[in-house]
Design a binder for this molecule. Structure first.
Ligand SMILES: [Zn+2]
Length: 99
């Protein structure tokens, strides 16, 4: 997928793991929620990694934990500052793309 050439292997795997059931769920989302989802999935969002690529910000690191690039995958699955909220919402402290 040429348009996803900026994605890492695990981000591309995450996109491939999206099921038809998930796609059916997304078509029922409000326009606002669908935009948030698309922004997260494509990486074209206001997270620091993307803003750095656009030369809007200089530091691509996550402001919440300071440990990794601030990407969708990091925010959704790996940010250590959000593990409590992630555990409460999805039952796991961390997520990997195959989950
Ligand atoms: Zn983080």
């Amino acid at each position: 997928m040429e348009q996803y050439s900026e994605l890492s292997t695990s981000e591309a795997q995450l996109l491939q793991d999206i099921s038809i059931q998930f796609a059916k769920y997304t078509v029922r989302l409000s326009r606002k929620d669908l935009k948030i989802l698309v922004d997260l999935l494509t990486g074209h969002n206001t997270l620091n990694r993307h803003l750095t690529l656009l030369k809007i910000k200089e530091d691509p690191i996550c402001l919440l934990c300071g440990e990794e690039y601030d990407t969708s995958l990091h925010l959704l699955g790996r940010c250590s500052a959000l593990f409590g909220k992630r555990r409460k919402q999805v039952g796991k402290h961390f997520l990997v793309p195959s989950e």
